[in-house]
Design a protein around this ligand. Structure first.
Ligand SMILES: [Zn+2]
Length: 164
């Protein structure tokens, strides 16, 4: 098994903290490590999901049978690995780990942040249900902090993967 961290990079305006809601599902594109083929579909990985393993003991957050080579692979989100990420004073989030995935037979190759994020502004306001929208609009979110009377945003949110 291989542990793979999802690292985020973004440019923020008047936002100090970014994290996922308890209902959040991690949307990933996956590559089979047995035949090296990448599946074109997005898969939602839910840390509360328990899928019974095929042909083996235990349960997993996610299980997939490769449509090319039929290899069965699984993913678990490492317990307590989901973190809040904080912006630096220069308004950057630079390659910060937000979650770690325990991958068997498969590796994530793309991440789509989608919705169900929570952002805290510099003025102390909490924005619930931050939505990064679909791919066509780019992964950005714009809001307005009514208390501090400033615009807030998280722009150019990008995920990358790293073996840990
Ligand atoms: Zn395969």
């Amino acid at each position: 098994m291989v542990k793979i961290a999802l690292n985020l990079t973004a440019e923020v305006e008047n936002i100090v903290e970014l994290y996922t809601s308890p209902e959040y599902e991690w949307n990933l594109k996956l590559r089979c490590t047995s035949c090296n083929e990448a599946d074109d579909k997005w898969h939602a990985i839910n840390p509360d999901e328990e899928v019974q393993g095929k042909g083996g003991p235990g349960s997993f957050n996610f299980q997939m049978k490769c449509k090319f080579c039929s290899n069965v692979s699984t993913i678990d989100i490492v317990k307590d690995s989901i973190r809040h990420i904080t912006a630096k004073e220069n308004g950057m989030i630079e390659n910060q780990t937000i979650a770690v995935f325990d991958c068997r037979g498969v590796e994530p190759v793309a991440f789509d942040p989608q919705s169900d994020w929570i952002a805290k502004s510099e003025g102390g306001y909490t924005f619930e249900s931050v939505d990064f929208g679909d791919d066509e609009n780019g992964d950005a979110w714009f809001g307005y902090d009514d208390l501090a009377k400033v615009s807030v945003s998280v722009a150019d949110l990008k995920g990358s993967f790293e073996r840990v």
